[in-house]
Design a protein around this ligand. Sequence first.
Ligand SMILES: [Zn+2]
Length: 253
Amino acid sequence: MKLKVLGCYGGNIPGHGTTSLLVDDSVCLDAGWVSNALNLADQERVKDIFISHSHLDHTCSLPFLIDNNFSAPGFALRIYAIPEVIAAMKNHLFNNLTWPDFTCLPNDLTPVLKLVEIEPETPIKVNGLTVRAVHVSHIVPTTGFIVDDGKGVLAFSSDTGPTERFWEIVNQTRRLKAVITECSFPNELQELANASGHLTPQALETELPKLKRDVPVFLYGGKPKHLKRITSQVRALKRAKLDFLVQGKTYSF
Ligand SMILES: [Zn+2]
């Protein structure tokens, strides 16, 4: 499986984009930085996007991705998410106020956007990948995704505080190659992390032992203002096979 990191931060400043991971050039996990990271030709190849939750740092490039490619022949985008997330996007993003409702444009029969509800823990096959959504513990309804290409499996938690079910499923997953989870705030902002459903380096110290598999763990989601502190505190954990995702890098799993 090929994974390109389009954006991997919990905010955006020049050189640091919000969360979006591109799998095998055509399927995205979250859409915080798709139109920002890909040229128009590469944007057209993205046909399927799994959205973990409704927060803007995971959805904010969707309106521009659709707008950029609206007139491209045959362009259509399918967005997959649990029903609560689909409802939030319908009501607050593609609501004809914030942005046009592209689920009925250019017409009801052949819209450029389809919002597809998925059930947690029920596998769905998309473009050669089998994807399962798994609930995690954030302040809005959120799932991570377990992505299987038939050879290897990648587990992405998306935004979460301390959680249980995700790690249970991950530990049961055969051919697991890597886990991506988050670390948004430094230790001194633990209260803010608790209130907002995020992890700190010290929270990771109790979270990561829930993973019973010997696979690399990659972190994303750091708030740009706190990256130096987060990095030094994660390094101080001295945990093997723990590293940060690198924006723009392509990984093979
Ligand atoms: Zn969030």
